[in-house]
Ligand binder design. Structure first.
Ligand SMILES: Nc1ncnc2c1ncn2[C@@H]1O[C@H](COP(=O)(O)OP(=O)(O)OP(=O)(O)O)[C@@H](O)[C@H]1O
Length: 212
């Protein structure tokens, strides 16, 4: 299994958001749907190790997020729905820092910058457009050699050209073994992206949706 969840419980205060007894996925591109507030971002943040949780999350049948956090985090990347970076930082600073932390292979940064059409690398985030901030966050989500890339609402704020480039990146990384978890209120099919399975996050659990 690429990713396995066992008995996952996630709460904010007394409010339980997730109660997932079991969830397993192999290699593929998965679309996670859910109404506003269903808990998609909470699920993604939990799987990325940003929130404490109860239960087990295991990557590649061997890396437990709690027991092998460094190995796990090297292999799972998250692109947040509405990324926020310190306004004094530049995209160039952020990308270099993450590329080093994620052990990005030679030339990967340049390819991603070119593919997503990122310019103004030396301007601070404070002066970047929201679409540019989003493109940088997407580039960062592809850095290193992840086995899973989670993209939370990847299509928001980016223009049509960038959406096309993103779909191309997803297809090419998927072809070399990367698994994707994507959330979107828009339809991926319109961009020509074929998803392996669709899941709905509802009533705290993930349930597979079969196409009508
Ligand atoms: N930091 C937080 N503290 C307390 N409650 C939170 C926090 N973040 C989210 N919530 C609540 O948890 C629930 C799930 O929110 P989450 O953002 O995960 O949903 P979502 O499915 O991503 O929604 P959307 O489609 O609107 O982005 C909501 O009821 C939300 O109000």
């Amino acid at each position: 299994m690429v990713l396995e969840i066992r008995d996952l419980h996630q709460k904010y205060g007394d409010q339980e958001i997730l109660a997932i007894p079991s969830f397993q996925i192999g290699h593929g591109i998965y679309w996670i749907q859910g109404e506003n507030g269903a808990g998609k971002s909470t699920l993604f943040r939990t799987l990325s190790g940003m929130l404490p949780y109860q239960g087990n999350v295991i990557l590649n049948d061997q890396y437990d997020l709690k027991k092998q956090p460094v190995d796990y985090r090297l292999r799972l990347n998250l692109g947040e729905a509405e990324p926020l970076y310190p306004s004094f930082l530049t995209p160039s600073d952020l990308i270099s820092f993450v590329a080093e932390a994620k052990k990005a292979p030679e030339g990967q940064v340049e390819k991603l910058i070119e593919a997503l059409g990122i310019n103004y690398l030396k301007n601070t985030f404070g002066s970047c457009s929201s679409g540019m901030v989003k493109k940088v966050s997407l580039a960062v989500a592809f850095l290193g050699a992840p086995t899973v890339i989670i993209l939370d609402e990847p299509l928001i704020t980016i223009d049509f050209e960038a959406q096309k480039a993103l779909f191309e990146l997803i297809r090419s990384y998927h072809a070399v073994g990367v698994t994707f978890l994507l959330s979107s209120h828009q339809l991926f099919q319109q961009g020509g992206l074929t998803v392996s399975k669709t899941f709905a996050l509802k009533n705290k659990i993930l349930q597979e949706i079969t196409a009508a």
